[in-house]
Write a protein that binds this ligand. Structure first.
Ligand SMILES: Cc1cc2nc3c(=O)[nH]c(=O)nc-3n(C[C@H](O)[C@H](O)[C@H](O)COP(=O)(O)OP(=O)(O)OC[C@H]3O[C@@H](n4cnc5c(N)ncnc54)[C@H](O)[C@@H]3O)c2cc1C
Length: 394
């Protein structure tokens, strides 16, 4: 979905409220902590500071879901409530591992990113030399960076199904991202890869810039700090967790946004919760959560999350750049070397082989399990490209 975050959030809220408003009570504020039951088996109440500054306790909670995103506040709540006793790394401890069963692991990809938005384009859209025309356009062009050639890339895309075009530029380590409009075309020309961007791509950007020169289109720059990827491995410490605590989305695992997997991953968490709840309804625990609910949830999701973290997301690609600081104890060049090799050759094979392209897309969008990438027909397509390429280079 080519939709910017504020609109996407509004759509999700509207869908949620229109279907379930009678069952939802909202409290605007910040969750500040959890109160455990006397035997430490579960959470009894949740402390909230409302936006008006009032301290509130939400009592007799059935289930607490940490969905605080990159704040990953659950770690702090569990620690101050006494569920996690020994020190563990926090979102500020980049590249270190924790001591509570290595609860939170993290590496620093040193990713930099800027979004350049072209607005008020008006009728100019008809002049943009996009193959197939603007009306059919979604992702207009993606320049995919790879450590073999360079550390910078970009995505040129139409947003919100409107006449807004965004140029999202990003790269690893030492980057030269555009800061003002004079930098934009040189940046598009300077990215290095297997091939330069087609001429129509630079022409589209040039037409947009010309429009701004004439006083029509407007350009805004939004540089963004990309948080370091991290994985809070709750499944390793389920014996310490309160039975009614789970985490969903970035609060459990935060990825490099390059493959746009964050929302699918959050949906996967919601689907896992749905399945575990349905299983409970069907069991003797009807109407209550079983005493091992947290364990059931984290154990059920962990294999898929491990796959996402190690294979399907960008970790192996991030480790291809010498500027990346790996997880403590991991060797940047050795770790994920096979995944890196396969991912590179699959991406190149996908340029011409529809079976490989389809498998790569479905797996990276978390729509099918990663085994899809290792079906004989897909392996064959990848190896065929690798061999042909090797012969061409000799
Ligand atoms: C530059 C960039 C581009 C991205 N592009 C894409 C993309 O194209 N596609 C995609 O799928 N994903 C993308 N992502 C990732 C995606 O944004 C996240 O994976 C997704 O938002 C995670 O959702 P979440 O609900 O877990 O957390 P969030 O969306 O971060 O929401 C967490 C919420 O919890 C609130 N909160 C924090 N602490 C507390 C507290 N103590 N009490 C109460 N509330 C609290 C926060 O204010 C926030 O509103 C991108 C990320 C970045 C940084």
């Amino acid at each position: 979905m080519l939709i910017r975050r504020p609109r996407f959030e509004a759509v999700l809220y509207r869908l949620l409220i229109s279907s379930s408003s009678k069952c939802i009570q909202m409290i605007q504020g910040t969750v500040t902590g959890l109160v455990p039951s006397s035997d430490m088996s579960d959470i009894q109440s949740v402390n909230v500071r409302t936006t008006e500054g009032e301290e509130k306790a939400v009592k007799d909670v059935a289930l607490v879901i940490d969905c605080t995103g990159s704040t990953q506040a659950g770690i702090k709540w569990l620690k101050s409530a006494g569920f996690i006793s020994s020190p563990e790394s926090t979102p500020d401890d980049i590249g270190r591992t924790g001591t509570n069963g290595d609860l939170r692991i993290s590496y620093d990809h040193k990713l930099r990113y800027v979004t350049v938005t072209f607005d008020n384009i008006g009728d100019l859209v008809q002049d943009l030399p996009i193959p197939g025309g603007f009306d059919q356009a979604g992702f207009i062009y993606t320049y995919y960076a790879h450590c073999k050639w360079g550390n910078e890339g970009f995505v040129l895309t139409r947003m919100d199904n409107t006449k807004i075009v965004q140029l999202c530029c990003g790269g690893w380590g030492d980057v030269h991202l555009p800061k003002e409009k004079e930098d934009i075309l040189p940046y598009v020309h300077s990215v290095k890869g297997a091939r330069p961007a087609p001429q129509w791509v630079t022409r589209v950007v040039a037409v947009l810039l010309e429009s701004e020169e004439k006083g029509d289109a407007t350009i805004t720059f939004k540089p963004l700090k990309i948080p370091a990827p991290s994985f809070v491995q709750y499944y390793k410490i389920t014996h310490n967790l309160p039975s009614n605590f789970i985490a969903v989305g970035d609060s459990e695992m935060q990825l490099n946004p390059l493959f746009a997997q964050g929302c699918s991953k959050a949906l996967f968490g919601a689907m896992t919760l749905n399945t575990v709840l349905h299983n409970c309804v069907a069991s003797e625990w009807l109407g209550r959560l079983p005493k091992n609910f947290s364990t059931l949830y984290f154990k059920r999701s962990h294999n898929t999350l491990e796959d996402i973290w190690s294979v399907i997301s960008t970790k192996a690609i991030d480790y291809g750049y010498s500027t990346t600081i790996p997880i403590k104890g991991e060797n940047r060049t050795k770790e994920g070397a096979i995944v890196r090799w396969y991912a590179y050759h699959a991406a190149r094979a996908a340029e011409r082989d529809e079976e490989v392209a389809s498998a790569l897309w479905h797996v990276r969008m978390l729509a099918t399990p990663q085994v899809e990438l290792f079906k004989p027909r897909v392996i064959l397509g990848v190896l065929r490209w690798a061999v042909t390429n090797a012969i061409a280079q000799t």
